[in-house]
Design a protein around this ligand. Structure first.
Ligand SMILES: [Zn+2]
Length: 289
């Protein structure tokens, strides 16, 4: 009898997911992995927490703010001069020919600008990208703490953030700003310092500063009105979150890393791994329905 109740429960959960609108966050509370006779996760490999220490500080989800500085391994390894990559600098203006950014982030930005252009929003300017610690330090000393953050505490030092302007008006007034605020999440970007979250981020409203976090994280944050600080707190509390988005299912797992932690990575499926720059790593597994 009990067994039947359990089965019906599973079917109901399946039904609810199938009937749900395109977007759903669900805390399933159980591992997605299948146990075999040896009590090992079939199709997954376990990595010891000891080997994951360095991962804590790198990846698309690392939190950088006044309390959490960038570790050297957090800086992206695919930094390029955007102007030097013809296929990544089409249809928008570059404020500086020496502007640098993660290649992956520049690619996503290019896709986003193309999508905006198709909706007749086409006056974007990329005004700032990656800054190394030395350049950040120079900026901080020249402009002061009202304008710049000290080296190691600015997301620009990661290569994952960029400042976007419009050649029509200030971003708070321009159609480019409004379009990005509404659509950037579809391309993996978040408005990092929204107007109504100054008390959480500790940073004034910056309608121009966008941070790449990737899908599905940008979608969950945008749909739930969370900033990165709140999102990482939610993942840490829930541990396992399932997101259904446009025909894809993502399983997100948070692990607090210690030498005794085992972190499970799929062997045959695509996944992304990122630290939170505090004490955890987040494994995101994408499954096509
Ligand atoms: Zn910025």
């Amino acid at each position: 009898m009990k067994k039947w109740g359990f089965l019906i429960g599973i079917i109901l959960i399946g039904y609810i997911i199938a009937q749900a609108p395109a977007f759903l966050v669900e805390d399933k509370g159980m591992p997605i992995v299948i146990l075999n006779k040896d009590d090992k996760y079939a199709g997954y490999q376990a990595i010891s927490g000891q080997k994951m220490q360095e991962q804590i500080h790198k990846g698309n989800l690392v939190l950088v703010n006044s309390k959490h500085a960038i570790q050297p391994e957090g800086v992206r390894s695919d930094i390029v001069y955007v102007a030097g990559e013809a296929e990544l600098s089409q249809g928008y203006g570059l404020m500086d020919q020496k502007l640098m950014l993660s290649r992956e982030v520049a690619e996503r930005f290019q896709r986003m600008v193309e999508a905006a252009g198709a909706e007749d929003v086409r006056y974007f300017l990329m005004s700032s990208g990656y800054r190394d610690f030395e350049k950040q330090d120079e900026l901080y000393r020249q402009k002061g703490s009202d304008y710049a953050l000290p080296a190691g505490y600015s997301e620009h030092n990661l290569g994952l953030s960029l400042d976007v302007g419009s050649s029509l008006a200030a971003m708070s007034e321009a159609p480019e700003g409004a379009w990005l605020e509404k659509n950037a999440w579809k391309y993996g970007f978040i408005l990092r310092y929204p107007k109504d979250k100054v008390n959480v981020t500790g940073i004034q409203y910056e309608p121009w500063h966008f941070r790449y976090v990737g899908m599905p994280h940008s979608a969950v944050m945008a749909k739930n009105g969370m900033v990165l600080e709140e999102y990482l707190e939610m993942l840490k509390a829930k541990k396992n979150v399932t997101v259904n988005l446009d025909g894809e299912t993502y399983h997100i797992h948070y692990y607090q890393v210690s030498k005794d932690t085992r972190i499970y990575l799929p062997v045959n499926e695509p996944y992304d791994i990122s630290g939170d720059n505090m004490e955890g790593v987040i494994v995101t597994v994408k499954k096509s329905l």
